[in-house]
Design a protein around this ligand. Structure first.
Ligand code: GLU
Length: 304
């Protein structure tokens, strides 16, 4: 498969969409990002790399970090994790409070904010030094020792994070948070603030694409069956209230973030990341969605 030619071709085809959608501005620091950029990187399990545009430009990975925090929490808690959250698509916005109230403080899945806030709480309970252990894990799987948090983005999000604070309070009320709420929120926002580029993210997601072997990164251990299941949750819950649409149009497991990134995997073959900050009304990158739809259409490679 000539992935480079296909990527170059699609890169061209999606450029007319560059002004569609709006970048996230509810996190003040993200409103300052240049919205008119696109980066792509596809990495194969046999070590090839194909890229286009701003593939080395770091951006705020936001909710893409929820895949990494889930991997760590699942390796620590195993089956017990599912006592504290579900694994069903939510069908509501990522920051919705309504469903959490109706379902007595048990988030639908680990990829909506409520679920990821419980995951942050789990990491705080288990890890001796959560902030450094988490970033070390992300550095290891991305193959980049310079990947880091952006503390000012985290502070900027905390300054306006009233809805996530409400979610954390509701979780605490239902005894689904063990630690101090402020500490949990700060750690959650910090994980969201990590900056990576398309190449680094594709490296990290390759670890999940290789689901036939166990995942073992410096003590974060998942069996191949657990990796398969993380992929299943990406497939059903990775794209907010548009997970069905992404599955329908693209047909790959993946995860998006409001920083404009989308990482997706074709199991046993490749991981691909697209970055373009303008989002559709569901919070997914307009160009990212279109790019991946065209990629699986033109290559005829998807899990379906
Ligand atoms: N930090 C963001 C929030 O909690 C993450 C949102 C996202 O990327 O989905 O609102």
């Amino acid at each position: 498969m000539n992935y480079q030619a296909i990527i170059d071709d699609i890169f061209h085809k999606v450029q007319p969409l560059i002004n569609e959608g709006k970048q996230a501005n509810y996190i003040p620091a993200l409103a300052k990002v240049n919205p008119n950029q696109t980066g792509v990187c596809l990495k194969t399990l046999d070590g090839r790399e194909y890229s286009a545009g701003k593939s080395s430009e770091r951006f705020s990975i936001q909710s893409i970090s929820k895949v990494f925090s889930l991997a760590m929490a699942l390796s620590l808690e195993k089956q017990n994790l599912w006592k504290r959250m579900g694994k069903e698509p939510s069908g509501t916005a990522f920051n919705s409070l309504v469903q959490l109230e109706l379902e007595n403080g048990i988030p639908r899945n680990p990829f909506i904010n409520a679920g990821a806030i419980v995951v942050a709480d789990i990491l705080l309970s288990h890890l001796f030094n959560p902030e450094s252990e988490f970033i070390d894990f992300v550095r290891l799987i991305s193959g980049s020792s310079t990947v880091n948090y952006n503390f000012s983005v985290a502070r900027s999000e905390r300054s306006q994070g009233y809805l996530n604070a409400a979610i954390a309070n509701l979780l605490k009320y239902h005894n689904n948070i063990e630690n101090d709420i402020e500490h949990v929120l700060q750690f959650y926002f910090l994980m969201c603030s990590i900056e990576m580029n398309c190449k680094e993210l594709s490296n990290a997601f390759l670890c999940f694409a290789d689901h036939k072997k166990a995942f073992d990164y410096n003590g974060v251990f998942l069996t191949s069956s657990q990796v398969k299941r993380i992929n299943a949750i990406m497939q059903t819950c990775g794209f907010y209230d548009e997970s069905g649409e992404f599955s329908y149009l693209v047909g790959l497991p993946g995860k998006s973030g409001v920083g404009g990134g989308i990482s997706a995997i074709y199991p046993q073959r490749y991981a691909v990341t697209v970055f373009s900050p303008r989002l559709n009304e569901k919070g997914n990158s307009v160009i990212g969605m279109k790019f991946l739809e065209l990629l699986t259409t033109e290559t005829k490679e998807s899990i379906f």
